[in-house]
Design a protein around this ligand. Sequence first.
Ligand code: ZN
Length: 203
Amino acid sequence: MKIICIGRNYLDHIKEMNNEVPEYPVFFMKSENALYHKNLPFFIPDFSKNIHYELELVIKICKTGKNIEEKFAHTYFDAVTVGLDLTARDLQKECIQNGEPWEKAKSFDFSAPLGEFIDLKDTPYPASIKFSLEKNGEIVQNGDSKNMVFDFRKIIAHVSKYNTLKTGDLIYTGTPAGVGQLNKGDKLIARIESKELLSLDVK
Ligand code: ZN
């Protein structure tokens, strides 16, 4: 399976990072060993001094597809949850400055903690999914899928031009504003609406 991540998909986050609004979905990938979904503690790796959390909605692909048309794209995912796209911001800056790919900043081990999935089978296309991240008792990120620059269908249509999507693939669909640094001792709780789907203790 593969993990596809969309960058720059919420205007408020694009603004906080001083980036331009993209004309098409920007994506990158994480390796399978980025996954982390047993609510285990996360240990800050020693190669970074600035690991950021990015809370994102994650959809799960339920059938194989290539060149998927936007109008059929909603039939290619059947579950949603929240996940964290953990990013070594210091290494990412270095990579960007040096014109290097981002993998060491984005695709390190356990850089993609994943929540429990909510089944979307037999439900209509979800036009609005509200999600939030609580850090040490305070809400630090609030998002709504209706504010995505590219919605789930546009993302699936675009990515599947280049990469055949397969059952079990995951798409992290971008983060809203409020990203920030993780520190030892932090406790994160991620929710869709009021449902707690992911918790993470940082060590
Ligand atoms: Zn992200």
